[in-house]
Design a protein around this ligand. Structure first.
Ligand code: ARG
Length: 468
């Protein structure tokens, strides 16, 4: 047991208490951020002559060596330390002696841990931004290739109106673009530096907090030291953005699973992204999509857990907040994995274009267009709706599609129909007549794709401004 405190205690900590209280088993992943923050802190102390130049050099060299040794595996972070902060400080003192004991001057673990988590999640948000950008790129590629890949659009999972694969994919582009923007927004808002908040009431040392913020790539210092140590909003915002990403990935997964089913056969997931059955030799299962869908619950759980943990905590720091880490780490790891795998699955997936078009031809997806034809010839829409309903009934009886009825059959129900009805309800005509922005017609889609390409190229030129 190695702890930074103990002076006012007369008894050893109970073993169970020690382990219940310790966070080293999970906060050890913050060693790099902890050392980075400590180096900045030492520079601030030096700038105000709180440390001598020699002490500054000694401490920074010691911290850099600890960083190298942990990275190379030479130094192991063991559970005999209470947390990562204790590990770094104790190891430093052990290695360089007296100067090491001055590292924690004007600092508390409260502002230290707040800083470590911010540095970590800021960097992770940058990685998530990149991954989401790659997913957007994969979706946009499919869109550009499939402007005339016809498929049924669904409502209630019933065939509704014809659309294209480009249009369907465009809906996901919109969703993940919002996610992408949300991450950028969160990154911007989280970028204030808590270091210098001390335990809760700042410090008596004349620390230059603007300089600390600058050294660590923040836009400025947290302006209230109580909030500085007890704000976990940025983690909750991140978990909520991650939850929404998972909700989108889960909906997409659900569609991939349906499309990949024996009944639909709209897509075929690549062998590299499928799994088999131990008993049924013929099986090729969409396990990756199912797991992505399944892991959504886990990320929602993290959001709920942290919201609940934070709801009753008085100002300022309370140990409850230590519970933020495992959830946030798990959610970030999970979402990064899910986006990367889903993107890979999407890039390698085969779209069964003929099957999709064939499916769009059945199920009366052009019924609205028959009604629109009548409207264009002077019939009121409500009347047209009734007329087409009757035609559909005849088709169901005769097991025909609307375009397979004869002109006589059309005219029998409504004399307004002429031979050009067949032209008007062809699959490509139905789609390409939908020209308003946001609709699947080729011209409208091309305009939107141009906007998306501009978005991507602007993003590629300037992804999230890196924290450092
Ligand atoms: N392990 C703690 C956490 O994650 C570090 C801060 C400890 N501060 C304290 N006053 N006990 O929140």
């Amino acid at each position: 047991m190695a702890q930074l405190w103990g002076g006012r205690f007369t008894k050893e900590t109970d073993q169970l208490v020690y382990h219940f209280n310790a966070s080293i088993s999970f906060d050890k992943r913050l060693y790099e951020q902890d050392i980075q923050g400590s180096i900045a802190h030492v520079m601030i102390l030096r700038s105000r002559d709180i440390l001598t130049q020699e002490e500054e050099e000694q401490i920074i060299k010691g911290l850099e060596e600890i960083l190298q040794d942990v990275k190379s595996g030479k130094l192991e972070i063991t559970e005999e330390y209470e947390d990562i902060h204790s590990f770094v400080e104790a190891t430093l003192i052990n290695r360089i002696g007296e100067a090491g004991k001055k590292l924690h001057t004007g600092r508390s673990r409260n502002d230290q841990v707040a800083l470590d988590m911010k540095l970590y999640t800021r960097e992770q948000t940058e990685l998530l931004d990149e991954l989401t950008g790659e997913l957007l790129g994969a979706i946009l590629f499919i869109m550009k290739e499939n402007l005339d890949t016809y498929m049924p659009g669904f409502t209630h999972l019933q065939k509704a109106q014809p659309t294209t694969l480009a249009h369907h994919m465009g809906a996901y582009f919109e969703m993940f673009k919002r996610d992408h923007e949300r991450l950028q927004d969160i990154h911007r808002r989280m970028n204030t530096c808590p270091l210098g908040s001390g335990a809760l009431a700042g410090t008596t040392y004349p620390l230059d907090r603007e300089y600390t913020a600058e050294l660590l790539g923040f836009d400025g210092p947290a302006l209230n030291s109580m909030d500085g140590v007890s704000d976990r909003d940025y983690l909750i915002e991140l978990l909520s953005a991650l939850s929404i990403i998972m909700m989108h990935l889960s909906r997409f997964s659900e569609e991939v699973i349906i499309w990949n089913s024996n009944e639909y056969q709209f897509v075929e997931i690549d062998d590299a992204y499928s799994t088999g059955s131990s008993i049924m030799p013929q099986k090729k299962n969409p396990d990756i999509a199912e797991l992505v869908r399944g892991k959504t619950g886990r990320v929602y759980g993290a959001l709920n857990a942290l919201l609940t943990t934070m709801k009753g905590i008085p100002l300022a720091y309370n140990k409850d907040m230590q519970e933020d880490k495992e959830w946030v780490f798990d959610a970030i790891d999970t979402v990064k994995g899910c986006i990367a795998l889903f993107t890979g699955m999407l890039r390698t997936m085969q779209f069964n274009i003929d099957r999709m078009a064939e499916s769009a031809k059945h199920g009366f997806t052009n019924a609205t267009d028959v009604a629109d034809y009548l409207v264009n010839h002077g019939v009121a829409f409500r009347d047209a709706h009734g007329i087409v309903g009757k035609l559909v009934l005849i088709c169901i009886e005769k097991k025909l599609a609307l375009e397979e009825l004869s002109l006589e059959e059309y005219k029998e129900i409504c004399p307004v129909f002429e031979a050009d009805i067949y032209e008007a309800i062809r699959l490509d005509a139905c789609v390409n007549k939908r020209r308003t922005i946001g609709a699947p017609g080729q011209d409208a889609m091309k305009q939107v794709i141009e906007i998306y390409e501009k978005y991507m190229s602007e993003y590629e030129k300037a992804p999230i401004k890196k924290g450092r």
